[in-house]
Write a protein that binds this ligand. Structure first.
Ligand SMILES: *Cc1c(COP(=O)(O)O)cnc(C)c1O
Length: 426
């Protein structure tokens, strides 16, 4: 190889992978094993003491998963990554390194419905208090900062409306508050937006969506930007204080610019346990090889469908940041110039009932609760993903009664438009 820095598509195919040293297998093998034999007693002791890197037990790490971790770290421009069983598992592990009971974190109000639930209910039972802010009014983030704030959490492209978040403005607030900015980059994928380039300290993904891309495997990942100083003011004791479970080592001092990824693995994943199956890691890695091709097609199709809907008489409005004149079009041009993603919403003139009818009449679109599949998907958030919120909270989350969410797949756009056209007429 020359010393050229490989481009994104090359990294998507190659980063982290080599022919298998034992067999020459070119695709990354599935190391479907729970545990790994030590060379000798000293090797075993050094692995357990974190003095050497290596495989011990698949809950803590696995060679197939390691390729996935290296690949996503490369695509996101981070120093290291940790793959876990789901996007939600990634979120728990990240915050567990940062918050102690009674602490707060600020989260954008526009989030995946499952994250709103997780933050509101499950995290409350851990004593982690979410303080909501409005990504359309950056000053709400500034005002939400308190001495107990430990992190800020946003989505780059936000669910369900596909709005684009001003990552740099919020990163500046995180910096002046002395807390890390965590960006859920699931809907954008690193092909469209690389949050670390805009000041994010930690990136999380649901690999279940565009990265895996085929609707066949759950997975999540945490990417460490390596940018944050965890020792300042001893605000993050998990990373900064001697760890009794590892002979008193300090994670930040020992591991430097990948300390956060290490903490997530050896304190979070080891003890909480949501390990990713190597089989899922293999499927997700295979998906990532075509990420640039798929993502561009997803975006081009989404734009064509959004344009069609914007001109349809049954449609009151379309919220797609890729449309000129959309509220988020300027942010889309800045942060996601290749395309504004494939998930967006539109409002039906007929309200709740029209939304329920539409999802029943579509044939090519699948009515289900997922996004980022090769197939086109549809859901009516008010009667499903966001049904547990009250009406005001639904509207604030972009999931009012007349809203339908689409996740546009990679089929022929003419077929998608024809299906929507017949269902809107029915
Ligand atoms: C799906 C999703 C999650 C949760 O991921 P799982 O893999 O389902 O646990 C988190 N954030 C966003 C934006 C999502 O779309």
């Amino acid at each position: 190889m020359t010393d050229r820095i490989p481009g994104f598509s090359t990294l998507a195919v190659h980063a982290g992978a080599q022919p298998d040293p034992t067999t020459g297998a070119r695709a990354t093998p599935i190391y479907q094993t729970t545990s790994f034999v030590f060379n000798d007693a000293d090797h075993a002791a050094s692995l357990f003491g974190l003095q050497a890197f290596g495989n011990i037990y698949t809950r803590i790490g696995n060679p197939t998963n390691a390729v996935l971790e290296e690949r996503v770290a490369a695509l996101e421009g981070g120093t290291a990554a940790l793959a876990v069983a789901s996007g939600h598992a990634a979120q728990v592990i990240v915050l567990q390194q940062l918050l102690t009971p009674g602490d707060e974190f600020i989260a954008a109000r526009k989030l995946y419905g499952g994250s709103i639930n997780q933050f509101t209910h499950a995290f409350k039972s851990f004593g982690w208090n979410v303080v909501w802010a409005d990504p359309d009014d950056i000053t709400t983030f500034e005002r939400a900062v308190s001495p107990r704030t430990k992190a800020i959490f946003i989505e780059s492209i936000a669910n369900p409306g596909g709005s684009i978040t001003d990552i740099e403005a919020i990163a500046a607030i995180a910096r002046s508050a002395g807390v890390p900015l965590i960006v859920d980059n699931t809907l954008a994928s690193p092909y469209l937006i690389r949050p670390i380039d805009h000041g994010a300290d930690i990136v999380v993904h649901s690999l279940t969506k565009f990265l895996g891309g085929h609707g066949n495997s759950l997975g999540g990942i945490i990417v460490d930007a390596g940018t944050f100083d965890w020792s300042k003011d001893n605000k993050y004791p998990m990373l900064n204080e001697p760890r009794p479970e590892y002979h008193g080592i300090r994670i930040q001092e020992t591991f430097g610019n990948f300390a956060f990824a290490i903490a997530c693995r050896v304190l979070g994943l080891r003890d909480l346990g949501p390990a990713l199956s190597p089989f899922n890691a293999f499927l997700i890695l295979t998906g990532i090889e075509t990420l640039p091709l798929r993502m561009q097609k997803h975006c081009d199709n989404a734009k064509a469908v959004a344009e069609f809907l914007a001109g349809h008489p049954a449609v009151a409005s379309v919220s797609y940041a890729g449309l000129p004149g959309d509220k988020y079009n300027n942010l889309a041009r800045k942060y996601a110039p290749k395309g504004a993603g494939a998930v967006f919403t539109f409002n039906l003139k007929g309200g709740y009932e029209a939304g329920v009818n539409l999802v029943s009449n579509l044939q090519l679109f699948s009515h289900l609760a997922n996004v980022g599949d090769t197939r086109s998907l549809v859901i009516h958030p008010a009667s499903t993903t966001h049904s547990q919120l009250d009406d005001a909270a639904k509207i604030k989350a972009g999931a009012g009664p007349d809203v339908v969410r689409l996740s546009i797949g990679i089929e022929d756009k003419e077929d998608l438009i024809a299906d929507l056209d017949q269902a809107l007429k029915a």
